[in-house]
Design a protein around this ligand. Structure first.
Ligand code: DGY
Length: 323
């Protein structure tokens, strides 16, 4: 097949996914994992019909201004707060994301963070590796907080929130959730979940998971005032987006013991992490990897590639350009 479209892939990607793309289109794939400046994005996108980009590539009006060629940007993520959707829409450029394929893996990771933070797994491991384990076993040391049987609060009850909640049923945990809209009763039942106002959620939850998409309205949805409502024994987990939590305020609450611990996979201004958070032993920190299982990252890459090909007129069953 002669190839009439060119695409740019902004990050190293699985070779088999690149090979799949290359059956239909010319592929220019970056081999280095790094964030691109606006000027670089502008230049790269001007030369292609489609692009697969990552969360740290900010695709805004400035980057696509005057671009007459680009037809689609395909995000390697379900969240798309790196896209200026109105600007893309006005320019007639399709924007795609990778919903659903990461729900269960991301939910697993939210639980990994909750359990690790509640039971002090990271700090215990650091202590052990540093050679501090000399005595026997101090009975009153390394005390964490329980997770099973406690009330789990979930802020943001989309597909990932629901996958997290279903796991809570197995831990004997009632779920309180807050979302713009209430879920149907059958779904609430499957998720052991009850809708409550946000302030009630913050006050009543023994542990809190943040699973809401980032938007200007959600900026610092959890700040000093919200943290003050939480129980001092609570663990806060953020697998949603940096910027939803005021990281500086959270660091203060953690340091003062007003929140017991936190499990954080996302940060304001990542890859930078607030220095005060890095100092804290009661914060479990990871580099935005909630969806990073081998199967799920492959599925996300494949879906991003299929979205891009579909937008350029290549059917999902491959090989037959529609235009
Ligand atoms: C997403 O898909 O939005 C995640 O945050 C990235 O893995």
């Amino acid at each position: 097949m002669s190839k009439s479209h060119s695409v740019w892939v902004s990050r190293p990607l699985f070779p088999e996914v690149l090979a799949h793309l290359a059956q239909y289109v010319h592929v220019h794939a970056e081999t280095e994992d790094r964030k691109h400046s606006s000027a670089e994005l502008r230049e790269k996108l001007a030369a292609v019909d489609g692009a697969i980009v990552a969360l740290s590539d900010r695709i805004d009006g400035n980057v696509i201004a005057g671009n007459q060629r680009l037809r689609v940007v395909s995000n390697l993520a379900v969240g798309y707060n790196n896209f200026d959707v109105p600007a893309l829409t006005a320019a007639g450029i399709l924007a795609t994301n990778t919903p659903d394929v990461l729900n269960e893996t991301t939910a697993d990771y939210a639980w990994a963070l909750l359990l690790a933070a509640a039971r002090r797994v990271s700090s215990a491991e650091r202590w052990l590796r540093a050679g501090h384990w000399r005595g026997g076993m101090r009975f009153d040391d390394w005390l964490g907080v329980d997770v099973h049987g406690k009330t789990l609060g979930i802020l943001g009850m989309g597909r990932i929130g629901q996958a997290i909640a279903r796991r809570a049923c197995g831990f004997g945990m009632p779920v309180l959730y807050h979302n713009r809209s209430r879920l149907p009763q059958t779904v609430e039942h499957d998720c052991c979940a009850t809708w409550v106002e946000k302030s009630e959620l913050l006050k009543r939850a023994d542990h809190l998971m943040l699973v809401l998409p980032y938007s200007a309205q959600n900026h610092h949805a959890i700040g000093a005032a919200e943290l003050a409502l939480m129980k001092s024994t609570a663990v806060l987990v953020n697998i949603a987006r940096g910027g939803i939590v005021d990281d500086a305020a959270l660091a203060v609450a953690l340091r003062e013991g007003r929140v017991a611990a936190a499990g954080l996979d996302v940060f304001e201004g990542e890859p930078a992490v607030h220095p005060a958070l890095r100092e804290l032993d009661n914060a479990v920190l990871s580099p935005h990897i909630a969806s990073a299982s081998a199967d799920t990252r492959r599925a996300m890459a494949q879906l991003a590639a299929d979205n891009l090909l579909a937008a350029l007129g290549y059917g999902p069953d491959a090989g037959h350009p529609r235009s």
